[in-house]
Design a protein around this ligand. Structure first.
Ligand code: DAH
Length: 338
């Protein structure tokens, strides 16, 4: 019995496994129910009583040795499975790297900024939480004027609300800058509207303002034509329709010749050949006075457009909600436009 134990101990010490399967073979041969060590435990019954203590101890040591060896072998193979040096096949093609995309509204906003910066317009910014003065009163919307109804918004208090248009930044700019001034003001605006394919409770605008001596409606018209042709292509025509905004006099809405049918008539332009793109006009003298600019010396024009509207026409998107749903199937389509 003693010799058998010693020779098995030697066997365990010198055993080398090349694979997980060989380690399993080791377990089967030594530690399984029918393995060599179990057989020795069976034989232990025949050991004379006076040797039982010593042999029993040796047998337990033998089993502990075998178990320890098995654990080490198993661990070494598991380590190897995780080890990248064994697994990494450097000849495999790399995982494709898919870059993110710019949001279509950011692409259009940046393009608008770019177009106007080429003719000297700088970019100005203002707060989205605005007071009554900057959003309404200074822009010639008296307290109970019905024009306020067109721009219902989310009120924080009687005097403070989320701005309904970027025209509020015009006021801030005129209050703090001595003319001449020539800026565009992109930003998010809010309105209390039911969400649909054509309206949302928040959207984006770019406002424009040009104040100097002798600025005329002709300057406004030529600047708008330049913008339309840079944005939608050289063949684009514009037309100005008389309109009303409290802060401009005269006021106009501008249409461009339909980008889809080129003016022949289609579903997008409702067979008129024209689509509305922005509001504009000559800054009302009351507004200049409210901002401490002398209307007898200075005049100016202003315009405001929805970035969503421009993006819808440029990319032929027919549902405004797509811009804020963050559906990657929609957003990924603008990859090539960056
Ligand atoms: N603020 C107007 C709106 O949100 C858009 C607008 C119209 C801005 C005419 C202007 C302007 O500066 O001159 O509907």
């Amino acid at each position: 019995m003693r010799e058998k134990i010693e020779s098995l101990l030697e066997e365990i010490k010198t055993f080398k496994a090349e694979s997980k399967d060989q380690a399993e073979e080791f377990r089967l041969q030594l530690l399984s129910k029918k393995g060599k060590i179990s057989v020795l435990f069976d034989e232990f019954r025949t050991v004379p009583n006076e040797l039982k203590k010593e042999i029993g101890q040796r047998l337990n040591e033998l089993r502990a040795h075998a178990q320890e060896k098995l654990d080490i072998l198993k661990a070494s193979f598991e380590d190897r499975e995780d080890s990248p040096s064994d697994l990494t096949d450097l000849t495999l093609p790399a995982e494709p790297f898919i870059p993110g995309t710019h949001h279509p509204l950011s692409i259009i906003r940046d393009e608008i900024i770019d177009i106007f910066s080429r003719i000297g317009f700088t970019v100005a910014d203002g707060p989205e939480i605005e007071d009554d003065w900057h959003n309404f009163s200074a822009l010639n919307f008296p307290k109970d004027h019905p024009a306020r109804d067109m721009q219902d918004t989310f009120f924080i208090s009687d005097e403070i609300a989320l701005r309904t248009h970027t025209s509020s930044v015009q006021v801030r700019l005129m209050e703090t800058t001595t003319p001449p001034l020539r800026s565009i003001m992109p930003g998010t605006v809010y309105r209390n509207e039911a969400i649909s394919a054509r309206a949302h409770c928040f959207f984006h605008q770019v406002e424009g303002l040009y104040i100097d001596k002798d600025v005329s409606f002709a300057d406004l018209k030529q600047t708008m034509l330049y913008f339309a042709q840079e944005m939608f292509g050289k063949q684009t025509q514009i037309r100005l329709r008389p309109s009303y905004f409290p802060f401009t006099e005269p006021s106009a809405e501008m249409d461009i010749s339909c980008t889809i049918c080129g003016g022949k008539g289609c579903n997008i332009c409702k067979h008129t050949g024209w689509v509305e793109i922005l509001g504009c006009g000559m800054v009302d003298p009351n507004v200049l006075e409210n901002c401490k600019i002398d209307p007898l010396i200075y005049s100016g024009f202003a315009f405001g457009m929805g970035i969503e509207r421009v993006a819808m026409l440029r990319y032929q998107v027919n549902d405004l909600r797509l811009f804020s749903e963050n559906d990657v199937r929609f957003l990924a389509q603008f990859r090539s436009a960056i």
